[in-house]
Design a binder for this molecule. Structure first.
Ligand code: HEC
Length: 158
């Protein structure tokens, strides 16, 4: 192999390695972006579900003849949705989101506010399992008191 040919071969090999590295970096970056967008969609879906289930539970608890098995199912679903939120506010997932920067700038306080809601729903869930209507109602009220306060601080209106 003449010297120029060898140099050429090395250059070709190097540039191939280099372009492969770029391609895989771009691929992992777009996977990351996709998963951040997915986080936004998942948390918005979780909040919408919570809003709906919370109303259904409120209505069911208001009935004089209580359907405890229906309540147990609704409450179990809501609790799963509520718990899922703790993993869905990943740093950087603001794109197409209504979450304010403050969610991440004041992350300790934000997480505490999320925990407050979540703990009230957990309390409601155990009360429902024990068929304790008054405690369930109180815990639901406590959970619903957290919505507006957190939105005012951490959710933009447009
Ligand atoms: C700890 C803060 C916090 C609490 C507590 C909270 N939210 Fe939210 N909520 C947010 C943030 C932040 C968003 C914006 C999410 C996004 O767009 O990424 C949001 C969005 C929503 C949305 C809009 C979903 C969409 O499709 O845009 C609904 C509905 C909602 N919340 C309902 C509730 C209800 C009901 C409660 C109380 C039971 C509640 N939230 C409690 C922070 C909170």
């Amino acid at each position: 192999m003449s010297v120029p040919t060898r140099v050429n071969t090395v250059i070709t090999a190097l540039s191939l390695t280099f372009s492969l590295a770029i391609t895989s970096a771009a691929a992992s970056e777009s996977t990351l972006t996709a998963s951040l967008i997915q986080d936004v969609e998942q948390r918005q879906a979780a909040f919408s579900q919570i809003e709906k289930q919370q109303k259904q539970i409120d209505k069911a608890l208001g009935n004089s003849s209580t359907d405890w098995s229906q309540l147990e199912v609704l409450s179990a679903d809501l609790t799963v949705n509520s718990a899922s939120l703790q993993h869905l506010f990943v740093q950087g997932s603001q794109l197409d989101s209504k979450a304010k920067d403050k969610v991440w700038d004041d992350n300790i306080q934000f997480k505490a506010a999320l925990d407050k809601m979540n703990n009230s729903f957990i309390k409601m869930d155990s009360a429902i399992q024990q068929q304790d209507k008054n405690t369930a109602k109180d815990a639901l009220k406590q959970a619903n008191n957290t919505c507006r306060n957190c939105h005012r601080q951490y959710r933009s209106r447009w």
